[in-house]
Design a protein around this ligand. Structure first.
Ligand SMILES: Cc1ncc(COP(=O)(O)O)c(C=O)c1O
Length: 379
């Protein structure tokens, strides 16, 4: 049996929506982008959504929009994809890592509070694998210190924790529609915010800082535009938006299928020696973006190889960012600085998780994992 790491959920309707865009005149940011932005903001109960080219672009622009720049410090987690911390560096600010909760891999709110300095400008929690960080505690810390809160929601469209959804307690929430995400346009992202100023800044900066978009300039009569600020080329296109629209309308059903797969894995691995997985927090709904298990670090790479030999697609989310070459060499980070993130980074194996996985495939993966772990242990 071969089990792919990921399969997308595009249906004929989604493809037809893209074909319709292609048959029209306007391929870049326009009517379909606007319609998706409204639908996405509506889904999250937020006032604004601004479509961009990636979550990386979203985090970069959100940080700029709240005023992060050279000389500032931004507190974030090393248990994430490099993009989160890279965006801090793009603004000229310095990423300050704090360690994570050993049970969930989420940023530790107490460690965040201790890391605040007069230079701290923002906190960027990551809702790892789909489980939200403790936003109520982070919000209290951010308010007490007078710093901004930007959520990395790359994994967290459908999430909720303690009655809070992404974007409700932060200055901005940043989403990814990358190829393996819960809804996807291959590449894509969005900034969601209730703050008028943040929305306006992100809209401006996603298109070079131009005072009028291409749609403004070319539908109807030509208008001159000005360059109000130095921005980037990060605007979402109509094609991306068309691909996302139908997936967004099916998101509840798609989440239900992810939940089915995740619960089946959890039932298979619960109590099995040598296999752990992140805790499920009471009062939280995980978006179930990734399903990761934790195995003994010295056996992890063997388990990865064994699963691939069985035709099972795997990944590692993530090796701790501070131990990646660029971060070690640029900032002098070394092993031992954030032990919980390092332990998780050394132990993690990500298994296939997507709505199309059948129960038989899930069982094949779960059996393969158990056998691989036993084999690695006795080797
Ligand atoms: C936690 C996290 N943050 C940020 C990103 C960046 O997203 P994008 O690829 O859309 O730029 C990713 C992407 O995989 C991610 O997993």
């Amino acid at each position: 049996m071969k089990v792919e790491f990921y399969k997308h959920n595009l249906e004929e309707d989604d493809i037809q929506r893209m074909v319709d865009v292609c048959r029209g005149v306007f391929l870049t940011t326009g009517q379909q982008t606007k319609a998706f932005e409204e639908a996405f903001a509506g889904y999250l109960g937020a006032r604004h959504a601004v479509g961009v080219t990636s979550c990386t672009a979203a985090i970069h622009l959100a940080l700029l929009a709240v005023g992060v720049g050279p000389g500032d410090e931004v507190i974030t987690t090393p248990m994430t994809f490099a993009a989160t911390a890279n965006c801090v560096i793009y603004t000229g600010a310095t990423p300050v890592f704090v360690d994570v909760d050993p049970e969930t891999g989420l940023i530790d709110p107490e460690a965040v509070a201790k890391a605040i300095t007069p230079r701290t400008k923002a906190i960027v929690p990551v809702h790892l694998y789909g489980l939200m960080a403790d936003m109520r505690r982070l919000k209290a810390t951010a308010d007490a210190a007078g710093v901004k809160l930007i959520e990395d929601c790359a994994h967290a469209i459908e999430s909720e924790r303690d009655g809070v959804r992404p974007g409700q307690l932060s200055d901005a929430a940043c989403f990814s529609f990358y190829a393996t995400k819960n809804i996807t346009s291959g590449e894509g992202g969005a900034v969601v915010t209730n703050d008028e100023h943040v929305a306006r800044q992100v809209r401006l900066l996603r298109q070079h800082g131009m005072s009028a978009s291409a749609a403004d300039r070319y539908t109807g009569t030509y208008r001159h535009w000005d360059l109000e600020a130095l921005g980037w080329k990060y605007n979402m296109t109509n094609l991306q938006a068309a691909m996302l629209m139908g997936q967004l309308s099916r998101i509840g059903e798609l989440w239900g299928q992810r939940q089915r797969v995740a619960l089946r894995y959890e039932a298979a691995f619960r109590g099995v020696e040598g296999i752990g997985f992140p805790a499920v927090v009471d009062g939280a709904r995980s978006a179930r973006h990734l399903f990761t298990i934790w195995v003994a670090p010295e056996r992890r790479d063997q388990v990865l190889a064994d699963l691939q030999a069985r035709g099972i697609g795997v990944a590692v989310n993530y090796r701790a960012v501070h131990l990646l070459k660029y971060y070690r060499e640029t900032f002098g980070f070394s092993r031992g600085m954030f032990p919980e993130a390092e332990r998780i980074g050394d132990a993690t194996v990500t298994l296939p998780l997507y709505p199309k996985l059948t129960d038989d495939e899930v069982d094949y993966v779960a059996d393969g994992v158990t056998t691989a772990v036993v084999a690695a242990t006795s080797a």
